[in-house]
Design a binder for this molecule. Structure first.
Ligand SMILES: CC(=O)N[C@@H]([C@@H](O)[C@H](O)[C@H](O)CO)[C@@H](O)CC(=O)C(=O)O
Length: 309
């Protein structure tokens, strides 16, 4: 790998940005990108779960990535999730992502049908071949994708020199160590990256060896993850853990709404910073009036936690 440093740190999973009619809001995408640059994050993960990738058309996903790149190029590490539920569309997005100059592409495994490992490897390698000059990140999120990254599948993928990282959203932090060991055995120390996925375990994931984190709640409270990361880099585990506890309580609060977590977070960003990012796409549930106190409480918790840093 040429530059491992660009993947080390706090990388928010970018939210889907819609206008009042539910169409992609290019202005919203640009505004959120500028906002995250100003907050000092390392990069963005575009078009993943938080980006509602499976609810967006190929052309919409290209539009989003182009808007991000127009603001982020040279300022942030950009990882574009290009997985679709068929190889041809994924390859088209991979080709496009390389053409706009992303740092890496990423993909979930194919969802719904439980395919054999050789078919999953071919799906990933085909999209990697469509972006031959771009690094590739395996996105392991078994609880949503329905397929878990096994060691045999990872070892098969490590034969592809573009595979530089795993974004690991499985819950056992032990998986991070196993993936990292295999990556280092194949590539050498300092040449393979594992990202922590579950935000509730950012500190544990980093302590067991994750190089950085990609997460869906970072964008609504980047200050907390940046502070945890800074404490960890100084070996201040207790201080990092105290912030992790606060972040987790905020996540539990946001997840208690009727509306989807992403809808809650976008509403908090609207209230805190005037960012107009819209709601979520059906069939995800949007906010209902009864969610009002939850949104207000979560916002207040974020503000209190930030003020304490
Ligand atoms: C299962 C799941 O959705 N995991 C999320 C977490 O960030 C998650 O939203 C967070 O830990 C709150 O539970 C991320 O790993 C997903 C992510 O980074 C993405 O949006 O692509």
């Amino acid at each position: 790998m040429k530059d491992i440093k660009k993947y080390q740190g706090v990388i928010p999973a970018f939210y889907a940005c819609y206008d009042a009619e539910g169409n992609i809001s290019v202005e919203g995408v640009k505004a959120l990108t500028r906002h995250l640059i100003a907050k000092g994050v390392k990069g963005v993960y575009v078009g993943g779960s938080s980006g509602e990738c499976i609810y967006q058309h190929v052309d919409e996903r290209k539009t989003v990535l182009e808007a991000v790149m127009s603001e982020a190029k040279g300022k942030l590490t950009v990882i574009a999730h290009v997985g679709c539920n068929n190889t041809a569309d994924s390859m088209e997005l991979a080709r496009h992502a390389e053409s706009v100059g992303v740092d890496a592409i990423a993909s979930i495994p194919p969802i719904y049908f439980h395919l054999p490992e050789y078919a999953i490897a071919k799906y990933w390698n085909d999209m990697s071949a469509a972006a031959p000059n771009t690094e590739f990140v395996i996105y392991n999120i078994p609880q949503l994708a329905g397929t878990a990254l096994t060691m045999s599948l990872l070892n098969e993928m490590l034969k592809n020199p573009n595979v530089v990282a795993v974004k690991n959203s499985s819950m056992p932090t032990q998986d991070i160590q196993m993936f990292k060991d295999a990556g280092i055995a194949a590539r050498g120390e300092g040449n393979f990256v594992v990202f922590n996925g579950p935000d509730e375990q950012f500190v544990s994931g980093r302590v067991i060896g994750a190089d950085g984190g990609i997460g869906g709640t970072y964008a609504v409270m980047p200050e907390l993850y940046l502070a945890m990361n800074a404490h960890l880099e100084k070996g201040e585990i207790a201080k990092a853990r105290a912030i992790q506890y606060e972040a987790d309580r905020i996540i539990y609060k946001m997840c208690s709404a009727h509306g989807n977590l992403y809808a809650v977070q976008k509403e908090i960003l609207r209230r805190m910073y005037g960012l107009e990012l819209g709601s979520v796409r059906a069939p995800m549930p949007g906010l209902i009036p009864e969610d009002e106190p939850i949104v207000a409480e979560a916002q207040a918790m974020i503000e209190v936690a930030i003020a304490k840093l």
